[in-house]
Unconditional design. Sequence first.
Length: 355
Amino acid sequence: MLSDDFKVLVHNAVGDTALADAEGLEALRVAFLGKSGHVTLQLKSLGGMDPEARKAAGAEINTLKTLITDAIIARRAALDEAALAARLSAERIDVTQPPRPEPVGAIHPLSRTMEEIAAIFGAMGFAIKDGPDIENDWNNFSALNIPAHHPARAMMDTFYLNANANARPAVLRTHTSPVQIRTMLNEQPPIRIIVPGRTFRADHDATHSPMFHQCEGLVIGEGITLGHLKGCLIDFLRAFFDNPALPVRFRASYFPFTEPSMEVDIGWNRKTGEIGGGTDWLEILGSGMVHPNVLANCGIDPRKYQGFAFGVGLERITMLKHGIADLRLFYESDVRWLRHYGFSPLSPASLHEGI
Ligand code: PHE
């Protein structure tokens, strides 16, 4: 037979669980169900009983054990639930509160230019690609038909990284053109991409920054001609500068990775700065038909596929479009400048609508 003391002990403890907090509950569990807890000791005492008594006592002990175990589990669940409810109400956010009067931010003019370019070329079926700022020498130069010691390397004041560490030094990409290579190595024509992104050259004055932005364009397919290049770039420039009559001129030039190569100029008035007016020309971007060597370097058969590419400096066209005189201010994070030249986040980039 079990002692009445033990039964009373258990019944009292079950009552106590109702009052216990998490720590008290754990102490109670150890006191009854732990290694030398009351229940455990009672179970151990069964060994010394004769079989009949053991059967009766065993059943009774187990009933009491279940009683206390269930009470502890139930109380623990209730405590957890209460803790969660307390947290939920303490951490509640009142979404109906009006916002604090904070100054409204503005879209940086460069970001706006990228949005507009994406909208204009997006309407022409171009996809957007990007690539790393740190490039290898092959993607930035060699694959683009600019071999080592070629004078074209000197044209771009390159930042080299770990220059003597290995045979393929890393560079900060001097243009977005290496993404042409990355794309052609990974995709089969037809290819139609633009690549807005950061570029780097060791240059610093009112119109040059060591870090600046370009947007590359690349179209590869069967039967792509200079006519496609011209139509595409004329449409782009007229949409971007919001002037359907903008004069555009293609002027023979040289880039190692295009043949023929062309510089593209737009009409402007040097005196007033008016874009599209006057009789002066302003150089705005570089372009050309992708050189057969570049296609071959990327495993694309130049007898089957042709294409064109272009690269445009984003600071330059942004400065022209919005009359911004000094390029260095783009990166000074001066909120007064941004308030003046920035754009409302809610105003849409809608200049492609004429296309
Ligand atoms: N990568 C050239 C530059 O930075 C621009 C360019 C791109 C020219 C594509 C032709 C074709 O000056």
